[in-house]
Unconditional design. Structure first.
Length: 332
């Protein structure tokens, strides 16, 4: 027999789900701001240790200093890297059909590929590249929300402690201590994993930039940045980043294609045996399968921003499940 309290709870829960879905874009921005605040708060706390005479910056001043430094870095990168990157990206988009025709002609000229339909190959690769550009077209829409994200992130950094105390106060007092420890562990796990992944992406992009540029591969700026971004996806990410570079290299010469493939093989061996283990030893690893599943679900639900917070959310869920479902022994 249903009680009125049960019916009221069911109606309230349904209404909450409806409101959450209706406001999903705004809630996603807030959630992204919380994740950014979790990641950036240690940097702000480090800046607060600076002092000029007897003056120590407070949290608000620390946030302002960090924003000024970040703005300076972004401006420097924009002045130095964005112009050649934008130029090469535009050139690659314009010349991509020609590159595909050249590649199809080379393959069609091989004895074992005499029956290959060059037009079909061109259409398949062009469709793949078009889908790829469509996937990343969300960057423009995401850029519109940058100002909102900056304000929200700054707020959560400045007032994050009080907001966190308010959140845990909603729970029963006998559960507060355990929840606080669990969420603190999740915060540390998220921050360390993100920094580790960013470092791995930077290492691959830099290595590609040097090798592709020295080899004389066209559009090497764009190809290196794309490969570094794809390294965020475990296992298959580096392979996805290799495909455009291999296609461009193949349209230039067989020698350059061999260099790209040889570099990829050598780098993967070094990365798997040395770079990734050392970076992740100082961070917290997450299952590659969990990362891929989280990225697919996040991108489907929230586009680019959803993909951005997908892995941190997976890490949070994993910590909560270990604590409250698996019931690990109490930490010392």
């Amino acid at each position: 027999m249903w009680r009125r309290s049960d019916i009221a709870f069911a109606l309230f829960f349904g209404l909450a789900l409806y409101l959450a879905w209706a406001l999903r874009h705004a809630l996603l921005l807030v959630y992204v701001a919380i994740i950014l605040a979790v990641v950036l708060t240690p940097a702000v706390d480090w800046l607060r240790k600076w002092h000029i005479g007897s003056w120590h910056p407070g949290r608000t001043a620390g946030v302002l200093i960090f924003m000024l430094l970040a703005t300076g870095v972004v401006t420097l990168v924009a002045v130095v890297a964005i112009p050649p990157l934008s130029y090469q990206a535009t050139l690659l988009r314009q010349q991509w059909p020609q590159r595909i025709n050249e590649l199809a002609g080379r393959i069609h000229g091989l004895s074992f590929a005499s029956d290959l339909r060059a037009a079909q190959l061109e259409e398949n690769v062009r469709q793949w590249f078009t889908n790829l550009l469509h996937t990343f077209s969300g960057i423009t829409a995401a850029a519109i929300a940058v100002a909102t994200l900056v304000v929200l992130t700054a707020y959560f950094i400045v007032d994050g402690s009080r907001t966190f105390r308010w959140f845990v106060s909603l729970w029963s007092p006998r559960h507060v201590d355990r929840l606080t420890v669990t969420l603190s562990h999740a915060e540390e796990r998220i921050s360390r994993w993100i920094f580790g992944q960013l470092l791995l992406m930077l290492i691959l992009a830099t290595a590609d930039l040097v090798v592709y540029g020295a080899t004389g591969i066209s559009y090497f700026y764009v190809l290196a940045v794309f490969a570094g971004a794809m390294n965020f996806v475990p296992v298959i990410g580096p392979m996805i980043g290799l495909v455009p570079a291999a296609i461009v290299a193949a349209t230039q010469s067989v020698t350059k294609l061999i260099v790209v493939l040889a570099f990829y093989g050598i780098y993967q061996q070094i990365d798997n045996s040395y770079i990734t283990p050392r970076v992740m030893r100082a961070t917290v690893d997450i299952s590659p399968l969990a990362v891929v599943i989280a990225l697919v679900i996040g991108a489907e639900l929230g586009g680019l921003l959803g993909a951005f917070v997908a892995v941190p959310t997976a890490a949070l869920i994993e910590v909560l499940m270990r604590e409250y479902l698996v019931k690990e022994p109490a930490r010392l």
